[in-house]
Design a protein around this ligand. Structure first.
Ligand code: SAM
Ligand code: DTB
Ligand code: SF4
Length: 328
């Protein structure tokens, strides 16, 4: 089995970021920052194509972790019905519908600290089935060891999502049942198995400017930057620790997207949770700043998302088209 482990190819010429350099960009005049981000975006991607992923919660609620933002933690008072792991056939049927609606990547999420051995066969069957539809597959199930990561890789998993969520410094204000180092370890296990990494965070959890910058410095300076970088705007969920968090200033959110684009020029930057609260203009600025992926559909895992009709109308007004399978 050890032979299947991929050696990580690190590009020695790749830029490593300092906090000072990144902070200077974050604070630059808005037009300068956006011009730079858009220039870098165009050099690496079609500026008018946005990749669409779809999420499905395959196991909802009752989670043992205490993430202060999450509706699914058993430790907070959010009003959510917990469910058991979904059946494989149902997951595949949902994925087929998502493919028909234009999604190219199917992301399956479970409210776990980490997957248990007894569920592995079911999870591997889900990956196989979705992969057979021709879609890219992604899972987000909590912490993984190398052996689990390799079994997912063998079953056809393309991406694993595991967010660092915020800066190392702010992390323990939000989550106490695991550490920032635990998150980095799973990311390293996932890379070692040859899976692509999807890793980002949440803006709007009471963090300062320096925390946003530090989070992006950590991501950009990983041995390899994540292939996908989801930037979520906190959805304040009643009953959670962060239900009354101060809303994010839209300009600061756009700055964060632009900085992610500049620091990780070849990654897909995903404008993730929180779009129902964003105006069309704010989303347009995010696309201009280099976001080139979204979640489509009416729901994320448990919270609302704009839905297909709204997104189709937005894309059409902006002259944006959904990225096709051939462009991935
Ligand atoms: N349990 C797994 C884990 O935590 O790794 C996977 C599912 S978890 C819900 C995936 C990610 O969704 C979190 O890391 C977080 O970044 C994001 N997320 C969860 N609740 C959110 C909220 N209320 N607002 C914005 N993003 C959220
Ligand atoms: C990510 O960064 N955002 C997605 C996905 N990765 C798994 C999840 C967003 C969840 C939003 C809150 C909810 O639906 O419960
Ligand atoms: Fe559990 Fe993931 Fe929610 Fe944390 S973010 S409480 S680990 S489902």
């Amino acid at each position: 089995m050890a032979a299947a482990i991929r050696t990580i190819s690190v590009d020695p010429s790749r830029k490593r970021w300092t906090r000072e350099e990144a902070a200077a960009l974050y604070r630059a005049p808005f037009n300068d920052l956006l011009f730079k981000a858009q220039t870098i975006h165009r050099a690496n991607f079609d500026p008018n194509a946005v990749q669409v992923s779809r999420l499905l919660s395959i196991k909802t609620g009752g989670c043992a972790e205490d993430c202060g933002y999450c509706s699914q933690s058993a430790r907070n008072g959010a009003d959510l019905k917990a469910s058991k792991l979904m059946e494989v056939e149902r997951v595949i049927n949902e994925a087929r519908k998502a493919r028909e609606a234009g999604s190219t990547r199917y992301c399956m999420g479970a409210a776990w600290r980490s997957p248990k051995e007894r569920d592995m066969e079911t999870l591997l069957a889900m990956v196989k089935g979705v992969k057979e539809l021709g879609m890219e597959t992604c899972m987000t199930l909590g912490m993984l060891n190398v052996d689990q990561a390799m079994r997912f890789k063998e079953a056809g998993l393309d991406y694993y999502n595991h967010n660092i969520d915020t800066s190392e410094n702010h992390y323990s204000n939000i989550i106490t049942t695991r550490t920032f180092a635990d998150r980095l370890e799973t990311l390293s296990n996932v890379r070692e198995a040859g899976l692509k990494v999807c890793c980002g965070g949440i803006i709007g959890m009471g963090e300062g400017e320096v925390d946003r910058v530090d989070m992006l410095v950590t991501l950009a300076n990983l041995p390899e930057p994540p292939d996908s970088v989801p930037i979520n705007m906190l959805i304040p969920i009643p009953g959670t620790q962060l239900e009354d968090a101060e809303p994010v200033n839209p300009i600061d959110f756009v700055r964060t997207i632009a900085l992610a684009r500049i620091m990780m020029p070849k990654s897909h930057v995903r404008l993730s949770a929180g779009r129902t609260e964003m105006s069309d203009e704010m989303q347009a600025l995010c696309f201009f700043a280099g976001a080139n992926s979204i979640f489509g559909g009416e729901v994320l895992l448990t919270a609302d998302n704009p839905g297909e009709d709204k997104d189709e109308a937005l894309f059409s007004r902006l002259g944006i088209r959904p990225m096709e399978f051939s462009e991935l």
